[in-house]
Design a protein around this ligand. Structure first.
Ligand code: AVJ
Length: 322
């Protein structure tokens, strides 16, 4: 029987995803999760410190200021699982607040091994906190964590940084419902959501003058060249950012500046892009505070608290499984 290694399974999945998304009629796409290889993750860390991108600082500010208040709304014994921990910097405030109350278990769930390592380094030193990392997709990792706990242990799931914004609204509902089915009554989800703000400010956050976000976007093509034997000519693509008012989301695209052929060896794919045609690489949905409360209701949660940053409209939402 033929066996495949994890790395092979991953390459063929990447190839299959690239193939199917690049051949969607009318609007070609690439899945945004592939933006985060080692280079992409490093570029994203840089985006987070750009003056134009206030999202991460707002997220961290709220957690630093309100961690104790957030934690005070939860029952005593808690295990913390984080979906997409990244480097884990912001999570420190929550873990410190919980560790004052006793031994705390923290399970970062992250598909990027380098991010998982950084997170274990960053948070490994906190007294009373034990870390067990899961290198798995979100829901698979969360299921594993939920199965591992003992009766009476409650689970707090962290889904920070407005990562939910990558899903379109209906897929966001489906995702929250799926999280809910893994949870028990009395468990909680702390959900970070970037809020709607004025359009020029939103556009600039994704089209910074130093070009870091542009590099982040283009790296997706470079990654396909590296890992799948593609021949994208990066000089012939333009970083394009749009505000889609109807869907209330930022969209990142890569615009072909002329007609060109592209071949991707490992995907067995040849395409011709027309001049001005775009590949849609990421969506970042923005929310109204009320909208998040309703989203919670629809998916089996109640919103027990909402903390909003004034400087950069962003909300931490504490959702209780009921
Ligand atoms: C990590 C999905 C929250 O949408 O703001 C930042 C990703 N893309 N700049 C976002 C991102 C371009 C980010 N999320």
């Amino acid at each position: 029987m033929a066996t495949t290694t994890l790395a092979q399974r991953y390459v063929s999945e990447f190839a299959a995803d690239v193939r199917s998304s690049l051949t969607i009629p009318l609007q070609r796409e690439l899945p945004s999760k592939y933006l985060y290889d080692e280079v992409g993750s490093a570029l994203f860390e840089t985006i987070c410190v750009l003056p134009e991108y206030g999202l991460t600082r707002a997220d961290a500010r709220l957690l630093r200021r309100y961690a104790r208040e957030i934690v005070s709304k939860l029952p005593w014994s808690f295990h913390v699982a984080e979906l997409g921990s990244g480097s884990g910097k912001k999570t420190r405030w929550i873990l410190e607040a919980l560790s004052h109350r006793g031994q705390t278990y923290y399970y970062p769930i992250e598909i990027s091994p380098s991010a998982l390592e950084a997170c274990e380094k960053e948070l490994g030193q906190i007294d009373m906190v034990s870390i067990v990392g899961y290198e798995r997709p979100y829901l698979e990792g969360l299921r594993a964590v939920a199965e591992r706990r003992e009766d009476g242990d409650h689970l707090l799931v962290l889904f920070l940084g407005s990562t939910i914004g990558n899903f379109d609204r209906s897929a966001g509902d489906v995702f929250l419902s799926e999280v809910r089915t893994i949870l028990k009554d009395g468990d909680a989800l702390l959900l970070g959501t970037d809020l709607v703000k004025d359009v020029p400010r939103q556009l600039l956050a994704y089209d910074d003058p130093a070009g870091v976000t542009r590099a982040f976007n283009l790296n997706l093509l470079a990654r396909i060249n590296r890992e799948l034997g593609g021949n994208f000519n990066l000089a012939r693509f333009r970083h394009q950012v749009r505000w889609n008012a109807e869907e209330r989301r930022i969209e990142m695209h890569l615009e072909s500046t002329g007609q060109q052929d592209v071949a991707i060896h490992a995907a067995g794919l040849r395409i011709t892009l027309a001049a001005g045609e775009t590949i849609w690489t990421e969506s970042s949905h923005k929310y109204e505070p009320r909208e998040v409360v309703n989203m919670a209701k629809r998916t089996g949660f109640t919103c027990a608290g909402q903390w909003i940053d004034e400087e950069w409209p962003f909300a931490q939402n504490l959702l209780l499984a009921r």
